[in-house]
Design a protein around this ligand. Structure first.
Ligand code: HBI
Ligand code: FE
Length: 282
């Protein structure tokens, strides 16, 4: 399918149908209602400065113009998930690969591969922030190194619990900065307001050792003190950390440790019920 070595395709913006723009509008409007008071200030600010609105799927060329001015990033179109090393190479060069397609009307709440709504609505506003811009580039560079060291699973957890599912402490409370949460109707409420998940102060080694869920809400979210904490992460050499945690036990997604700085301890109710009903049906 991919004809170019870097897996990019043309967005073909003119070819989106009215039905596809309508799916975007549905998703955009319901998410825009949920995010005030939930998304962090930097997300809201980035969104306001970008040509992203309810009526049409954004044109990547116009997004890239604004991003390039502000943080030197571009948005490029890809057909869906791309191989890890292709993904990292784009990020290391400040190109954000965004799914070109949009989900179908019957899969508004869950899909397996990142589409244009997840990627553009969830990730692109954060790329207007200089700290996130550098952090994601550092992840791309680190990904290529981690792959060579055979520790990509450890690094991927850091990305998962920050860029995708991160929470941040702001002056008025805990807020969303992770794109997986910001682009999800149900998880944007669950992550902040449900009593089920744990919310734990971010600790790098701890997170590297923590497995995650890809097919349901997270059991634990990690809270950073401010986005500048990611700036420190971008400058740390991870190699000694990989060595230190090699062979040490890994943590299940819902584990709370005595050493954790717990922001709020979850009841675990949601995932317990999910496991019980799975058992009952077999
Ligand atoms: N491809 N398009 C796309 N988007 C992703 O977020 C992505 C990917 N390929 C690999 C990948 N993510 C991750 O598994 C790595 O971050 C480890
Ligand atoms: Fe994502």
């Amino acid at each position: 399918m991919p004809t170019r070595a870097d897996w990019t395709i043309d967005q073909g913006w003119e070819k989106y149908t009215p039905a596809e723009h309508a799916v975007w509008k549905t998703l955009f409007e319901r998410q825009s209602r949920l995010l005030p008071g939930r998304a962090c200030d930097e997300f809201v600010d980035g969104m306001n400065k970008l040509p992203i609105g309810p009526d049409q799927i954004p044109d990547f060329r116009r997004l890239s113009e604004v991003l390039m001015q502000k943080t030197g990033w571009q948005v490029v179109a890809v057909p869906g998930l791309v191989p890890d090393e292709v993904f990292f190479d784009h990020l290391a060069n400040r190109r954000f690969p965004s799914g070109q397609f949009i989900r179908k009307p019957h899969e508004l709440d869950y899909l397996e591969e990142p589409d244009v709504f997840h990627d553009v609505f969830g990730h692109v506003p954060m790329l207007m922030n200089p700290v996130i811009a550098d952090y994601i580039q550092a992840y791309g560079r680190g990904g290529l190194r981690a792959q060579k060291l055979g520790v990509l699973d450890k690094l991927a957890r850091v990305y998962w619990y920050t860029v995708e599912f991160g929470l941040v402490q702001q002056k008025d409370g805990v807020r969303i900065y992770g794109a997986g949460i910001a682009s999800s109707r149900t998880e944007s409420v669950f992550a902040l307001e449900d009593d089920s998940p744990n919310r734990i102060g971010f600790d790098l080694e701890r997170v590297m050792r923590t497995r995650y869920r890809i097919d349901d809400f997270q059991e634990s979210y990690f809270v950073i003190d401010g986005l500048q904490q990611l700036l420190e992460l971008a400058h740390i050499d991870f190699a000694p950390l990989y060595e230190r945690i090699a062979g040490q036990p890994e943590y299940e997604p819902g584990t709370v440790l005595p050493t954790d700085r717990v922001v709020s301890r979850g009841t675990g109710r949601y995932h317990l019920e999910a496991r019980n009903s799975a058992k009952a049906s077999t």
